[in-house]
Design a protein around this ligand. Structure first.
Ligand SMILES: C[S@@+](CC[C@H](N)C(=O)[O-])C[C@H]1O[C@@H](n2cnc3c(N)ncnc32)[C@H](O)[C@@H]1O
Length: 296
């Protein structure tokens, strides 16, 4: 026994080991994108042969740009809604609740499959206002635990693509029907990314399957009544992309020539319920242009 926590995961649940590992590698970069010391600590605590992951740190920006962007949007939401609920679906071993460190009037729910939540319990400490929910995100029962008397931030990072489309849409509809107001912050792969899934090491090695593809915010606006688009950006246009490695920044100059490639990884942000005007400072300066671009 080495005192470390054994890991036995497969399928979609296993994919969170790759995102965790890339965050841990990023934390050691001279110029990290995310700088997540909790990820580094979690990797050290797990009894796992990380060579099995089969990816190197040069791919880290694929994950860390996204995570840093959702950290930024989470902070913006909580700055406006100090008394709020956060439901973080498919949390894996992501340490957002510790990185963001919400105030005392926030109730935060981390939701994932029971085997992932069991690992979380052994890796991370508890904290006030923080709840673990061992359930599938598509199981309607977890929503019954969520308070309905305050705005909800639904965070779903790196999970939509593992859901069948009809279940993903039903989940978003259930949330907007049950909660009075809030935001949906959710990322999507486009059809090109889902079609080429056999080439993704993360998907291949975990034996998981990608299902739901979204080519642009119009598809969500049509499928989920009552949501309003706040912003939608691609990996390359995220605010946090400026911190990515030189190789990624070079790739950004090439991909505009191939729109489906440029739009492969999309980060969307919607509001629902009565409008609270977001400060203009929270709107990405080129968001409108990108939203138009994503529709094309
Ligand atoms: C690629 S990982 C992302 C983990 C984390 N959000 C991050 O960015 O590091 C996908 C996560 O979604 C979870 N997941 C996939 N389908 C799910 C479902 N139906 N219900 C709950 N969690 C799910 C997996 O267990 C896994 O933790």
């Amino acid at each position: 026994m080495n005192g470390r926590v054994p890991v036995d995961l497969s399928g979609a649940a296993q994919t969170m080991l790759t995102t965790l590992y890339l965050k841990a590698l990023d934390a050691d970069f001279v110029r990290p994108v995310l700088g997540d010391r909790y990820a580094k600590g979690a990797v050290a605590r797990l009894d796992y042969d990380w060579r099995q992951i089969g990816v190197t740190g040069r791919w880290a920006p694929l994950i860390t740009v996204r995570t840093a962007q959702y950290d930024l949007w989470t902070r913006q939401f909580l700055a406006v809604h100090q008394s709020a609920t956060v439901a973080h679906l498919g949390c894996g071993l992501d340490s957002r609740v510790f990185r963001v460190d919400p105030g005392p009037a926030v109730q935060w729910y981390d939701v994932d499959f029971p085997e992932v939540i069991a690992l979380r319990e052994r890796i991370y400490p508890s904290r006030r206002g923080y709840h673990l929910v061992a359930a599938s995100a598509t199981d309607p029962s977890w929503l019954e635990r969520i308070p309905t008397d305050r705005p909800l931030l639904l965070l779903a990072e790196g999970i939509s693509m593992y859901l069948p489309q009809h279940e993903g849409v039903a989940l978003l509809r259930r949330i907007t029907q049950r909660l009075p107001s809030g935001e949906l912050q959710i990322d999507f792969y486009n059809r090109l990314a889902v079609r080429s899934q056999k080439r993704h090491t993360l998907v291949r090695r975990s034996g998981s399957t990608l299902h739901w593809a979204v080519d642009g915010p119009d598809e969500i606006l049509r499928a989920v009544p009552g949501v309003r688009l706040l912003t939608a950006v691609t990996l390359f246009d995220a605010d946090t992309f400026v911190r990515a490695s030189a190789a990624f920044r070079l790739a950004k100059r090439v991909v505009p020539m191939v729109p489906p490639l440029r739009n492969a990884l999309q980060y969307h942000r919607y509001a629902f319920g009565p409008a609270t005007k977001a400060p203009e400072s929270q709107r990405h300066p080129s968001a409108r242009m990108l939203e138009e671009g994503l529709r094309r």
